[in-house]
Structure formats: structure tokens, C-alpha cells
Design a protein around this ligand. Sequence first.
Ligand code: SF4
Length: 148
Amino acid sequence: MIDYLKDGNIEPKPDSWYSDGLRFECQHCGSCCRISGTVRLSHSDVERIRGYLGYDEETFRKAFLAKVDGCISLSENEDDECIMLDCRTHRCRIYAVRPIQCSTFPFWPELLRNKHFWDRESIRCPGMNKGRMWALDEIKERMLKSDG
Ligand code: SF4
């Protein structure tokens, strides 16, 4: 269980259902990049990705960004896939500098709320419950990072 502290921050209890750690290793299947949705970008996400791709601000904004519910998001292609998905290799073109929302997946508070949510998401993501074991401290660090 995740405790919400008085200041609004989140804190996993030492006896959380995942206190012994969780396995996750991205299998680069591209499944999560094909689901239409918002990939929220912070200002530092935007600048990091733009610098990596080497575009000027205006070209980058027009080619890759969209405004969704008042937030800056990566835009989608005509098939509603993430604009950064390389359809030939099924890989993320900016994996090395991907947004915080992507790099902290699947250690998001809503997925760690209980094992049911985690297991339900793992049906969609073949990397969950596989590969590298993440310790509680590492999970906590990503969870806090994902929360803003
Ligand atoms: S669905 Fe999971 S395994 Fe597939 S690309 Fe996304 S994070 Fe990686």
C-alpha cells in the first residue's frame, strides 16, 4: 500500500506487497507506444529530447508536440501511435532520453496501489514480472519521480 503524506507526497510502506522487489525489463515490443494517450512532457523532457534530435524549437514543436488538456504531450501518428515509435524496428527513437513518464513505467503509484493493478497491467506489458529485479528503494525512487 502507498501512503499519501500530509504534504501530498507518496511513501511506500516497508511492508508493501512489493517490499521484496519487483521484476521488470522492457522487451521493446512497442505495445505501450501503440496505445493512444497522453505522454506528458516537462520542460526538461522537451529540451532533452529536442537537443537529442537536433531540431530548433519551432520545428520540434510542430513535428512532435501536441497540447492535450492543457499539457504538452508527444503527438501521435495517423495510426494513433506515439510519434517516436519507429514502426520498422518497433523501438522508441528517443529511448536514451525518453520522457520521465516513460522511464518510470511501470513503477507508477496507480499500478503499485495493489497487486491486482500490477497484474492487470502485466497482461499488456510483457516486460513486467520478467528480467531485472528492482529493489524497494529503486521502486520508491521511480515512483516519486513519476509523481512529478
Ligand atoms: S509494453 Fe512493456 S515491454 Fe513492451 S515496450 Fe512497453 S514497457 Fe517495454
